[in-house]
Ligand binder design. Structure first.
Ligand SMILES: Nc1ncnc2c1ncn2[C@@H]1O[C@H](COP(=O)(O)OP(=O)(O)O)[C@@H](O)[C@H]1O
Ligand SMILES: [Mg+2]
Length: 430
């Protein structure tokens, strides 16, 4: 879907080239993008490998460095990127050379703003035809759903965990849950997991990240969820940089149909790397006047980032809280519809968090359980209908037999694991 922020890497030693590109994009791009600039050609390759941009713009003026070998290297090592060559009108002969070694196209200088934007739109439209076999996770790509809020305590963790579990039940595709609350990690406690491996273990190996390495740091939950834990909090700075987040998300999305992120504060560059990558953002809000203003500010910030309004789903948690602000009031104050409400049930939620057993495993039929399940169902339906291609087919494990598909067809879920075997059967469709 169009909510995906386009990452563009510009390689030029000339500040005025950077400025003109910046102006052209600001004036003409209809989708969200982020322009990154490398002014030192010798750093271009590593930067591109870190960032994995969709588009690389290579200027022909690189202070004496020949752009052609650089384009060849970029094309070989960041093969997913579309490379465009910016070449002086007088030297258009070099353009064909650039295309021969891997550039997709070229744009002549002095730059015409329309030219750049049109070329970008064209090459991106072509790019959308998937080059990989249909049906593979690789080709389809998983959906990233990020739970966030402008303040703590609104239920991000509670809802992220239970939505992840419910998704496994209603959608039956693998789910990975990511703890991205680096200041206050909680997934190890909420899921009763041994926090012996976490995302920081991946960082030294980032350049050769593969499925096996990632699997080796994921924790297994009995429900079948895989969990990427956060390191114990040490200070307020995030342990991950923006390109590291991008890199890890790209890998997780290749491996998992569902990537659910529990995002913490502050809303720094790292947090925005998660939000940029999200297909859906679930913003949790409580029915309290205090906090609504910050929610409004955050929604405004998302609009400035170029996120389309439908990218964010507003979820009113603890909606039945005594004396709470009404849904209609919240909608009018925020100017955004409340997509889902989750009722208040302090006793149940607290007890299940303390035991480290999510209520979506043990209390599916509770009001909170049903509300979460409805949200999971909607995410699943939504994933079938947005523009990012189909999800891989659901899993049907031996123990689940043919019930898997029938369960889905008739709106019934059967248990996903041992952890659920003793709980009530969930025949309800919320
Ligand atoms: N629907 C709910 N009903 C009652 N209590 C809830 C509900 N959702 C969350 N809580 C409680 O609110 C507190 C904060 O929830 P948590 O998920 O940790 O928020 P966050 O991750 O946003 O900081 C926890 O004590 C949790 O048990
Ligand atoms: Mg939390």
């Amino acid at each position: 879907m169009q909510g995906q922020t386009l990452q563009i890497l510009l390689i030029t030693t000339e500040e005025r080239v950077q400025e003109s590109i910046n102006r052209a994009l600001a004036g003409g791009m209809s989708r969200a993008y982020r322009l990154h600039w490398v002014a030192q050609p010798n750093l271009a390759l590593t930067r591109a490998q870190d960032l994995l941009p969709q588009v690389i713009l290579v200027d022909d003026e690189l202070e004496g460095i020949d752009p052609i070998p650089l384009i060849r290297q970029l094309a070989a090592s960041v093969s997913s990127a579309i490379i465009l060559f910016l070449v002086d009108k007088e030297r258009a002969g070099e353009a064909s050379q650039a295309v021969l070694v891997g550039a997709r196209s070229f744009i002549t200088k002095p730059l015409q703003a329309d030219d750049l934007v049109m070329t970008l739109h064209q090459v991106l439209a072509w790019q959308r035809v998937p080059p990989v076999e249909p049906g593979t996770v690789e080709g389809a790509g998983g959906r990233i759903v990020v739970f966030c809020a402008p303040k703590g305590g609104t239920g991000r963790t509670t809802l992220a965990v239970n939505t992840a579990i419910s998704l496994r039940q209603v959608d039956r595709r693998p789910v990975v849950l990511v703890d991205a609350d680096f200041a206050a990690p909680a997934l190890d406690v909420a899921l009763n997991l041994d926090p012996d491996r976490n995302v920081v273990d991946l960082l030294p190996k980032l350049s050769r990240l593969d499925q096996v390495l990632i699997e080796s740091v994921l924790a297994d939950h009995t429900s079948g969820l895989k969990v990427l834990l956060a390191p114990p909090p040490s200070d307020l700075t995030s342990p991950l940089t923006l390109p590291q987040v991008q890199h890890i998300l790209v890998m997780l999305r290749r491996m998992f149909p569902w990537v659910i992120v529990d995002l913490g504060l502050p809303m720094d560059e790292t947090a925005f790397a998660f939000l940029d990558g999200a297909d859906r953002i679930v913003m949790t809000v409580l029915p309290e006047m205090v906090g609504l203003r910050n929610t409004r500010l955050m929604l405004g910030h998302f609009a400035e980032e170029g996120y389309p309004p439908e990218k964010t789903w507003l979820v009113l948690n603890r909606s039945t809280l005594q004396g709470g602000v009404s849904t209609a009031d919240i909608e009018s104050r925020l100017g955004v519809p409340v997509k889902f409400t989750v009722p208040d049930d302090q006793r149940l939620v607290t007890a299940t968090v303390n035991r480290g057993v999510p209520l979506s495993l043990t209390h599916q039929r509770s009001a909170v359980g049903r509300a979460v399940r409805k949200m999971a169902q909607q995410l699943s339906d939504d994933a079938q209908h947005n523009g990012r291609g189909p999800l891989p087919p659901p899993e049907v494990s031996e123990s689940e037999g043919s019930g898997g598909l029938f369960g889905r067809l008739f709106g019934r879920s059967n248990g996903t694991s041992e952890a659920q075997a003793e709980t009530e059967p969930s025949s309800e469709q919320a």
